[in-house]
Write a protein that binds this ligand. Structure first.
Ligand SMILES: [Zn+2]
Ligand SMILES: [Zn+2]
Ligand SMILES: [Zn+2]
Length: 265
């Protein structure tokens, strides 16, 4: 199954704005909020146990990744680890500790009150507090027990349009987009950074889809399409929905063929 995006490369016109308003009027806002729509951030965060948009997770203790298929008990990463560990009995493997650094989520720094994101799941501190910890030579536990730590304010949002993470330091991006920009610049020294910011995709997080940077009419079309599918009891795969939004953002589409949402997702 594929996502057939049919972008219409017209610029935003009055007709598109009017159509966006018409679609929004037809969307059940409380139902959309219940589904996980965050209007301020323009992000859809679907609950794992949603009957039509949720997913079954890998059966390894502590792993929240999606299973490969309905019959497959493991996610791709755990399947690989299972092979690498000599294919032990699965019910034993389910209870073996999973290396935690494989997680890609971002949480706040663990210094109480600090609003900056942690560097990595292993470091658990923002860049500034991590530097302070290394200077002190203390373990993380000893460092966090100190009473003289000063909580730091957030540095502001990442400048990649699709992203809803915070910056982590002096650079105007979150860690992931800073790294992605370095790679993109190495590949193309003449990279148009403004265009890159506007079109680069968000950091993929299970259950979350960014609608940021999409034309309002496209946002309305996709959300209306989801509502229509839910009403008809049809499941919608989050990864295809994300791909649809990524392609619409990258193409600068002012509208999609609404039927592609109903037929292809
Ligand atoms: Zn797993
Ligand atoms: Zn911090
Ligand atoms: Zn970012």
């Amino acid at each position: 199954m594929s996502v057939a995006v049919v972008p219409n490369f017209v610029r935003a016109r009055d007709a598109d704005t009017a159509e966006a308003a018409r679609l929004w009027a037809a969307i059940d806002q409380p139902r959309l909020r219940d589904l996980g729509w965050d209007h301020d951030r323009h992000v859809l965060i679907v609950a794992r146990d949603h009957p039509l948009m949720g997913w079954k997770t890998c059966e390894v203790q502590g792993c929240d990744k999606k299973k490969g298929t309905a019959r497959e008990p493991l996610c791709q990463g755990c399947r690989k680890r299972w092979h690498q560990s000599g294919r032990p009995p699965l019910d034993e493997f389910f209870h073996m500790p999973k290396p935690s650094w494989r997680s890609i989520g971002v949480k706040p720094c663990e210094v109480p009150g600090c609003e900056r994101p942690w560097r990595t799941v292993r470091i658990r501190l923002c860049a500034a507090h991590w530097w302070q910890q290394r200077q002190s030579g203390q373990s993380l536990t000893a460092f966090l027990a100190r009473t003289d730590l000063v909580a730091l304010g957030a540095l502001g949002p990442c400048l990649a349009t699709a992203c809803y993470r915070d910056r982590v330091g002096q650079m105007p991006y979150c860690n992931s987009h800073d790294q992605r920009l370095r790679v993109a610049r190495r590949a193309d020294p003449d990279l148009d950074v403004g265009m890159w910011r506007a079109t680069v995709s968000e950091v993929v997080v299970r259950g979350e889809v960014s609608f940021r940077g999409l034309h309002p009419r496209v946002v309305g079309e996709v959300l209306f399409g989801i509502q229509d599918r839910l009403t008809r009891g049809m499941a919608t795969r989050e990864e295809l929905l994300r791909q649809l939004c990524i392609q619409a953002r990258a193409s600068g589409a002012a509208t999609l063929d609404i039927f592609c949402i109903g037929v292809c997702v």
